[in-house]
Design a binder for this molecule. Sequence first.
Ligand code: ZN
Length: 163
Amino acid sequence: MSAGIVKDQVVTFHYTLRDKEGNVLDQSVGGDPLAYLHGHHNIIPGLETHLTARNVGDKLEVHVTPENGYGAYDPEKCFLIERAQLPQVDLEPGMALELHADDGETLMAAIIAVDDKAVEVDANHPMAGKDLFFEVEIMAIRAASQEEVAHGHVHGPDGHHHH
Ligand code: ZN
């Protein structure tokens, strides 16, 4: 009898993520499962909390509210950028744009609208403000290497991937 998932273990799981209307937003099923280091905030808190003490083979359904997911939707993260400040390539609504703030931080934003003078962007996380419904199946659990614990993240499914 295993005590289940604890801090500093690498957990591999398959998931399907749906919104409250039941639309699939993201899934690992059909591809590689996701591996993460438990207890290091590698995944959203609302999901990580529910995986604690679970075992291989466990299947669970988890409802994550925005506060425990990607945060509330922040209208101030929607703003205009002068067209002249952006690369002179075709920009269209729906495209993702990498923005570089003055403090050196990189921000991903989605383009909402474009005209000759300005581009309206939304830098909220695409899942901000959403209730998320996960179906999870735990595929594997192993101890993390010392290096993984020191780095605070997983080095591939077998722990030997270097970056
Ligand atoms: Zn690393």
